[in-house]
Design a protein around this ligand. Structure first.
Ligand code: SF4
Length: 472
């Protein structure tokens, strides 16, 4: 580590003894110390820790280290990665899905921890041990929601797992919007946040449109090719280093909708099936045993709500907290402003989708939020909280022939707002055809798929009675 400012090495050295067995140390003005650690391979590396002993991701690491990230959102992640690259980070998204991922999770995460934590940590540890990367030159990236759920605590479980696996010297970087776990080499500036938000918007739009076009395309693969084409074009734009003004993003929205609308439609009628649930198992093929692919093989249109609602939901929770427990005016103003930005983006995205009569646009967040009145309170905000109930209701209201509610093992919050709400939803909407599917390391894929097939059989029987119950 050449430069003391970049590496976080002390400007003025105060050497002190450390009680945790790690080797030498010195403290700088920020209370950061440089320590020497011995790796499992017997080599020694220098690392910087903060006052609490947390390993830091330094400015020097930003240039030299590769950030490894788990995969959650297949369409969005490529653009999220390019947001990182354009900000000077090296980053790779892990696409591994073989059994060793689950086995590493089982080995290193306590077995009463929720399944998404087990998979995310298993995927990262498996990558570290794979031999594909230099363990002395990688850092792991993980999101923290900042809420009360375990998603905020994965990071601590990951560090514990790294320690147990002999890789304690690998820094872990938290991606969050709550100001948690600061690192000298990682920061979310305005331009970076903007790029990440754009990645979510583009990702949602491409996902929503591709799902509505794919089952009816005359030329197989046309929708997927268009997704790839747009992802490639947007990635190039990201990498050009130019800041994209929002008016250009809106133009892209219109062009994307136009491009998808031009894909020839076979005019077939198919059942539409929604997918909701805990955010990781809802989107990640690793978490849900390739649920979307399975549903497509059953010749139905898959309807997966975008991630934008989840983002607004998380910010809305902060607004609720400020109202319920009080907060400084500046904090209230900041969260209200931030929510306003996302709501405006969602409005523009919906308006763009509505320019084509071929597509069904999602409901604005405020409307989705209204749906849960009489079901759960807005204080129910752990995990997906009330949003999960709202998403099931939205799908029922917009005529989905069936809904798969993905429920990971060990996830109490989403069992309450998912499975726990189904009885009431079915009572109020007898036409609702919802099936809860549990995901855990030992769950049989065949059983999961058989249960979904039963739900589809019900949907098809109803379709025969009411033939207009299709995607149109
Ligand atoms: S919402 Fe459920 S699955 Fe997700 S982190 Fe929380 S407990 Fe785990």
């Amino acid at each position: 580590m050449a430069d003391s400012k970049q590496s976080g090495k002390p400007d003025s050295m105060t050497v002190s003894k450390q009680s945790d067995g790690l080797v030498n140390m010195a403290e700088n003005k920020q209370g950061h110390r440089t320590i020497t650690m011995t790796t499992a391979a017997g080599t020694t590396v220098e690392r910087v820790v903060d006052g609490s002993g947390r390993l830091l991701f330094t400015k020097e690491m930003k240039k030299e280290f590769l950030l490894l990230s788990p995969l959650m959102l297949p369409v969005h992640m490529s653009m999220i990665r390019n947001s990182f690259l354009s900000e000077g980070y090296n980053m790779e998204v892990l696409h591994t899905s073989h059994r060793a991922v689950v086995d590493e999770g089982l080995r290193h995460v306590h077995n009463d921890t929720c399944y998404p934590a087990l998979l995310v940590i298993g995927q990262l540890i498996e990558a570290v041990k794979s031999g594909k990367y230099d363990p002395d030159k990688i850092a792991l990236l993980i999101t923290q929601t900042g809420g009360g759920c375990r998603a905020s605590n994965y990071i601590h479980l990951l560090r514990k797992a790294l320690k147990r696996a002999g890789y304690e010297h690998i820094p872990v970087v938290s991606l969050n919007l709550s100001g948690m776990e600061k690192n000298p080499g990682f920061s979310l500036n305005i331009s970076f946040i903007r790029k990440l938000i754009y990645a979510l918007l583009y990702g949602d739009l491409l996902m929503l449109l591709a799902n509505q076009v794919r089952p009816y395309e005359k030329e197989p693969g046309a929708a997927d090719r268009l997704v790839d084409k747009w992802v490639e074009a947007l990635n190039q734009l990201y990498m050009s280093g130019k800041t994209t003004p929002y008016r250009t993003v809106k133009k892209h929205f219109s062009q994307i909708v136009k491009d998808f609308a031009e894909i020839p439609d076979s005019g077939e009628k198919k059942l539409r099936v929604g997918v909701v649930g805990e955010i990781y198992v809802k989107y990640a093929p690793l978490g849900n045993n390739n649920l979307e692919e399975f549903l497509r093989s059953e010749d139905v249109e898959v309807d997966v709500p975008g991630v934008l609602d989840f983002m607004i939901f998380k910010i809305d929770n902060r607004v609720q907290d400020a109202g319920l427990y009080g907060a400084k005016w500046i904090k209230k103003a900041a969260v209200a402003l931030f929510k306003g930005v996302f709501v405006k983006c969602q409005k523009d995205l919906i308006s763009a989708i509505k320019t084509s009569p071929r597509f069904r646009a999602p409901a604005p967040f405020a409307e989705t939020r209204e749906l849960v009145k009489g079901y759960v309170g807005y204080g129910n905000k752990m995990g997906e909280g009330w949003l999960l109930t709202a998403e099931m209701l939205e799908l029922v209201h917009n005529g989905s022939a069936g809904v798969v509610c993905t429920q990971p093992f060990g996830c109490l919050p989403n069992h309450v707002s998912g499975k726990g709400m189904m009885g009431l939803i079915k009572k109020n909407h007898p036409e609702a055809n919802i099936v809860a599917i549990d995901y855990d390391p030992g769950a049989s894929r065949t059983n999961q798929e058989n249960r979904i097939k039963l739900m589809l059989a019900t949907a098809r029987a109803r379709q025969e009675e009411k033939p207009d119950m299709t995607h149109q």
